[in-house]
Ligand binder design. Structure first.
Ligand code: NAD
Ligand code: MG
Length: 357
């Protein structure tokens, strides 16, 4: 089992990564809580809830609540239902919430934990590759009909227990979605991690050992930025590499035809294109990255389906923007991100040029 520690200004917590470690949850819980509420989704409930319950000592009082699978569960009604279940079952300040699932469950359960009785402990038990990103950092939220993650909080977990065996049941689209964020962490890390990612075989053939190495590195990169900038006022925004166009594509696709990571993967390609042109003399492995996207079945031609001015309109509402400019995260070189402001017209022309490439 691998073990990392995440340290922020006022919290330190362990991240355990290993094969089959959901069966050791009892030993990995940081305290002896009197009551445990497991929040999960219906898909993950079927697959892994029993394992978790079996691993928890029979002396503990455990109950669970499963929300429907998918992004639509990140909403206030279900947040409220979680609170109702918690109150009905006598959850209290000495209790803990276990978030068993992907980023949706992590964000929802974390937000419930941050507000229940003004905040109780929670432990992340991520079951998607994408959740290597969402389970550390303490950003928790639900969506508002007018915007994603609009209602939320910062609340760090007490521990993260990442069992990589659970990732074997993920469908291909969730591999693509999660591995794009691993790739993002590689671009932000160094040439070695990037090389390792670009050399990956087809996702179905990635060994658990390689996966553990990459997820651990990815979490370390995320932690590096979160530790220095817990509340996202400065360098944490570098984690947005690929996300300005990515979010716009996701939104234009109505959050259905394109997963988050698939959209971010295209956004990163655009960021590389701009980096090469505007800020860097370094040579980026652009063609290797594009070959990788194709080999791993990312939807590389997706931009053709969208109207560029609509995408630009969406990119204008990105949180990083100021002064009528669109601020993109670009790379001076691998491992060296920066924020670069674009005039709106310029960016629109560049997006057109990128599409025509
Ligand atoms: P998700 O939680 O919806 O999981 C994706 C799908 O996979 C769901 O249908 C789920 O039921 C299924 N699933 C989960 N684990 C499985 C398993 N082991 N085997 C088979 N199926 C499984 O989505 P996600 O991609 O994990 O997370 C996306 C969410 O994360 C978004 O809401 C996003 O906003 C959030 N996020 C948060 C942060 C943060 O810092 N808090 C960072 C990145 C993303
Ligand atoms: Mg992301």
């Amino acid at each position: 089992m691998e073990h990392l520690t995440i340290s922020t200004e006022d919290s330190h917590y362990p991240v355990f990564i290993g094969e089959g470690i959901r069966h050791q949850i009892e030993q990995l819980l940081p305290e002896s809580y009197d009551k445990i509420m497991v929040i999960t989704d219906c898909t993950v409930e079927e697959l892994y809830l029993k394992d978790l319950e079996d691993a928890i000592s029979p002396n503990r009082d455990v109950f669970s609540f499963a929300v429907p699978a998918g992004e639509k569960s990140k909403q206030l009604d279900l947040f409220f239902e979680c609170h109702t279940k918690a109150i009905e079952n006598g959850l209290n300040r000495r209790s803990v919430i276990l978030a068993l699932g992907g980023g949706v469950v992590g964000d929802l359960a974390g937000f419930v934990a941050s507000t229940f009785m003004r905040g109780i402990d929670y432990v992340q038990i991520p079951t998607t590759i994408l959740a290597h990103d969402s389970s550390v950092g303490g950003k928790v939220a639900v969506n508002h009909p007018l915007g994603k993650n609009m209602i939320g909080n910062f609340h760090q977990p007490k521990a993260v227990v990442y069992d990589t065996q659970t990732l074997l049941s993920l469908p291909p689209v969730e591999w693509r979605s999660g591995m794009a964020e691993v790739m993002k962490h590689a671009f932000l890390a160094d040439k070695d991690m990037l090389k390792q990612c670009l050399q990956l075989p087809h996702f179905q053939k990635v060994t658990n050992e390689t996966l553990i190495t990459l997820l651990k590195k990815g979490i370390q990169i995320k932690a590096k930025y979160v530790q220095k900038d817990e509340k996202e006022q400065g360098i944490r925004r570098y984690l947005n590499l690929g996300h300005t166009l990515g979010h716009a594509l996701e939104a234009e696709a109505g959050y259905t035809h394109l997963s988050h990571g698939e959209a971010v993967a295209i956004g990163m390609d655009f960021a590389l294109f701009l980096s090469q042109k505007y800020v860097s003399n370094a040579s980026f492995p652009i063609s290797e990255y594009r070959n990788w996207l194709t080999k791993q079945n990312y939807p590389t031609t997706v931009l053709e389906n969208y109207y560029i001015p609509s995408l630009i309109e969406r990119m204008k509402s990105d949180k990083k923007n100021e002064d009528e400019q669109i601020r993109m995260v670009l790379l001076e070189e691998i491992g060296k991100p920066m924020v670069f402001p674009f005039q709106i017209d310029t960016l629109q022309n560049e997006l057109q040029a990128y599409r025509n490439e």
